[in-house]
Design a protein around this ligand. Structure first.
Ligand code: FE
Length: 262
């Protein structure tokens, strides 16, 4: 949390941690919950949000809503990418245990594993391997609210190798995310290592702009491209018969099925 905001009057009171220090905008008096406020007999340990309603700046009598956060205190920090990836794994291990384990759709030599999750701009990107699918997954940036996307809603993300259609989903503690199907089912994989190596190869190919020179089937997606130069390159590429883009980034491995990327 690095935004400064005024008191509790802009709807942000819930974001003020119990130990956050706030400062009077007029005279720079600081209210530190650890110290309280002797002048008003506010005991140490009183959060800013628990001060009496008529509390004012003890130094200049300034209004309480003129105070700004200067030290956010222990407000919950945004989860790290590694933590987000672990939550994703935990969520899908639960699905495996509760729903998929005894179905014919699973490859029993595989397990749920988040592979190669890294920062992608302010968001996070990686591949989720599971016994019944392999998906590219994009996680929201800290503070980015994707709860407005209904499950199944589509969104295009642009990468150096091309633009890919992702589908909104959400799962328990993971919250909303976007996924692009790479493989489903996973019957062609013989080991977890083979699956995770494929996942890493996909991520590498995703950022390989040479893949863009190969035609793809995503004509409507192309319209979203911002650069005229890129549009020209794509128009030229589309004239050449070539494998689909997804077949390209998945190395043409058999088993790349489904309609993601179309
Ligand atoms: Fe003041």
């Amino acid at each position: 949390m690095n935004a400064r905001f005024e008191g509790s009057f802009l709807g942000d009171a819930s974001r003020i941690a119990a130990d956050a220090v706030l400062e009077c905008k007029i005279c720079w008096y600081g209210y530190d919950p650890a110290a309280g406020d002797d002048a008003r007999q506010v005991p140490p340990g009183t959060p800013f949000t628990a001060l009496p309603d008529d509390w004012r700046c003890p130094q200049c009598d300034g209004a309480r809503d003129q105070f700004m956060v200067v030290d956010a205190g222990s407000a919950e920090p945004a989860p790290t990418i590694a933590e987000q990836a672990r939550l994703l794994e935990a969520g899908f291990r639960e699905v495996f245990q509760n729903k998929m384990r005894d179905t014919p759709f699973v490859n029993r030599s595989l397990s749920v594993e988040a592979v190669g999750f890294r920062a992608w701009g302010e968001r996070a990107l990686g591949v989720l391997v599971a016994p019944w699918f392999m998906n590219m997954v994009v996680l929201p940036a800290p503070g980015e609210d994707w709860s407005r996307f209904a499950a199944g809603e589509k969104r295009v993300f642009a990468f150096p190798s091309g633009d890919y259609e992702f589908i909104a989903n959400a799962r328990g503690h993971v919250g909303p995310y976007f996924a692009c199907s790479l493989f489903s089912p996973m019957s062609d994989f013989s080991s977890q290592l083979q699956a995770t190596e494929t996942a890493r190869a996909v991520l590498a190919a995703l950022f390989d702009d040479k893949a863009r020179d190969v035609g793809d089937e995503a004509g409507t997606i192309r319209d979203l491209r911002v650069s005229e130069l890129e549009r020209q390159r794509q128009a030229e590429a589309a004239r050449n018969a070539a494998p689909t883009r997804r077949a390209l980034i998945t190395g043409g491995l058999a088993g790349a099925t489904g309609d993601a990327g179309t």
